[in-house]
Design a protein around this ligand. Sequence first.
Ligand code: ATP
Ligand code: MG
Length: 424
Amino acid sequence: MLTQRPRGMHDILPQEASLWHEIEEAARRICARYGFSEVRTPILEHTELFQRGVGENTDIVEKEMYTFNDRGGRSMTLRPEGTAGAVRAYVEHKFYGGPQPIKWFYLGPMFRYERPQAGRQRQFHQFGVEVFGVADPAVDAEVIALGLDFLEDIGLEGLRLELNSVGCPQCRPMYRERLQAYYRPLREQLCEDCRDRLERNPLRLLDCKRETCKALAERAPRIEEALCEECRAHDEGVHRHLEAAGIAYEINPRLVRGLDYYTRTAFEVVEDGIGAQGTVLGGGRYNGLVEELGGPSVPGIGFAAGLERLILALEQRRGEGTSETGVDVFGIALGDEASVELTGWLRRLRALGCRAERGFEGKSLKAQLKAADRLGARWALILGEEERRRGVVMVKDLAGGEQRELPVLEVESWWKETEHGTGR
Ligand code: ATP
Ligand code: MG
């Protein structure tokens, strides 16, 4: 127990960190281009926020949340997703009172008690965006374009964008009834979960992953035939904007987000190379959510991308990551006095931006040179007792092999010239 991490949770080790940084930097870069600002909300929220914000009848709320009572007896939950917290912050800080749209992004860990497998963890990370306050289909296309630009920027190719409309509170109830009428006579052929969903949340039957349920979903009535005039117009608008942006999409009539306040646009981006958990990004419009969470009636739309799945896809493409941080100077001191002196100038060199390392524990010159080599250092600065007494240091070019003496007082100006010379 003591030496084992919790099931479904992972250490991100130094050799993977550079890939994480790349992805996070890409997210920030693309968001800046689209005018989205970062929001950081608490990892812990009141349980009620997710019950309402994600929905009582969802897998997440029914069986996946990490919920506990805090010491004051309040029910708290580790956030399973980012939208509910973002909406809460939007309402709590009255962002609806100013000019719209409000465009936010977030990056951070999420928690769901799921069965761990490839691409599915209990702690995972999402990059997500939300736009509040504008119902224009141009926003839907912008959000989708942002997501695809991000995925392309980090180097993913061959992705599929799937798109659907899930209607609105005007037209969806009728579609719901049509679906129930289709499924009720087939009840016995459904899996246990779907039998359960049939009365409570029949739209979810369409995205059941079991083969038998999938086959039945193929022949189910399609929502596009049931959409009201406004939803149809919105949907066509989204298609036109996407086409203008040169974005290819596939209509998937079985793509649903089974919550009442999801409205109209629903979309997913799928990467086919990483197995069953191939959805790397999912999102949709939620015109009823802000009101559901105590705010005014304000439209919203967003997506979230699972970063572990992106890492999986990228590692498959590029092979393992590296931990290269780069070292400019490796300081080698021979003797105690020299070691103390080295501590002084390493600090001054680092203040100049030099990436400096050193040997410890009075190891031999040979052992320390080996350590410098292992780190890929460019220069070794060697300070022996005899040099120290003379006020000089030996500079060894570890790439070329030449070495020369340098007065200790000139070490900083040597670095400035060297750094300048390398054009770094
Ligand atoms: P799935 O059908 O894969 O369970 P979901 O509908 O629960 O996905 P969302 O809540 O829409 O997923 O989250 C958006 C994205 O976050 C997913 O497309 C996926 O990339 C990622 N994601 C969701 N759950 C996990 C998890 N347990 N581990 C890793 N990534 C996840
Ligand atoms: Mg899920």
